[in-house]
Design a protein around this ligand. Sequence first.
Ligand SMILES: Nc1nc2c(ncn2[C@@H]2O[C@H](COP(=O)(O)OP(=O)(O)OP(=O)(O)O)[C@@H](O)[C@H]2O)c(=O)[nH]1
Ligand SMILES: [Mg+2]
Length: 254
Amino acid sequence: MATKNSPAKALKAKPTAPAKTRKTPAGAGPLPEMTEAKAITPMGWMHTARFLTTAAELFHLPALDVPEIAFVGRSNAGKSTCINTLTQQKQLAFASKKPGRTQHINLFALGKQGVTDAVLADLPGYGYAAVPKQDKLRWQKVMANYLVTRENLKGIVLLCDPRLGMTELDEVLLEVIRPRVEEGLNFLVLLTKADKLTRAEGTKALSIAKLQAGGGQAKLFSALKKQGVEDLAQLMWDWTHEEADTQEASDTHG
Ligand SMILES: Nc1nc2c(ncn2[C@@H]2O[C@H](COP(=O)(O)OP(=O)(O)OP(=O)(O)O)[C@@H](O)[C@H]2O)c(=O)[nH]1
Ligand SMILES: [Mg+2]
C-alpha cells in the first residue's frame, strides 16, 4: 500500500505551471486547477533540492533507480549557478568566478518531504586552460563514461556561453552523446548568461544552437535576470516524470 511519503505518490503529484507551459497528460483534458490541494509547482519541486553525494570517480557514484539529469559544459559556463538558480538556493552547488570550481560529480536529490523522485548532477567543467593535461584527460574519460554508461540518466543539459559558442570540446561531447540522444535521451542546449546578449543576438544564438542540438532542444537562460528559469524547471519535471505521465494518461483511458 502506498504510504503518505511513497515515491508513487510523489510521482503522481502534478506541478501546476503557468498555463502557457503547463503540460497535461495526453487526452486527459485540462487539469483540475482548484481541486489539487497538494499540487506542487515545478519551482516548488526544484526548491526541495538537497545535497546527496559527491564523487571523484564514476565507480564511487551510487547506483540509483530515480531519473537523473546531468548538467555539463565548459568550465565557467554557469552550470553551478544554473542549479542554484533553479533550486532557489544560494550555495547548493559551488559557483565561482574562478573556473574549475567544480571538480567532482555532485548529486542533488529532488522530491517533496524527503522523497527522492529525481536527481540533478553537477559535473566538472572542461576546457579550463590551467588544469594539467593529465587531469584534463582523466576528466574527459570520467565524463564520457558517465554520459555513456549511467543507467538512470534521463537527460543532459549542455550549458554553453553563447558569446563563445560551441567549442571543440563541446563538439566532442555532442559526438559522445549523439547515439543516446538518437535513442531518445532528452537533450537541451542551454545558452547561459543571456543577459549579456541583445535580443537580436539571443535570437541568432538560439537558432544556431537549435541546429547544433540535433534531436535536442535549445533555450536561452539567465541566472542574473531569472530568464527561462520556470521553463527549465518545467522541462526538468517533464523529463523525469515521463513514465508517470504516460501511466496517468493510460489510466484515464481505462
Ligand atoms: N552575467 C551572468 N553571469 C553568470 C550567469 N550565470 C553564471 N554567471 C557567472 O559565471 C561564472 C561561472 O559560473 P559557475 O556557475 O561557477 O560556472 P560552472 O560552469 O559551474 O564552472 P565550473 O565549476 O568551473 O565548471 C560566475 O562568475 C557566475 O557568477 C548569468 O546568467 N549571467
Ligand atoms: Mg561548477
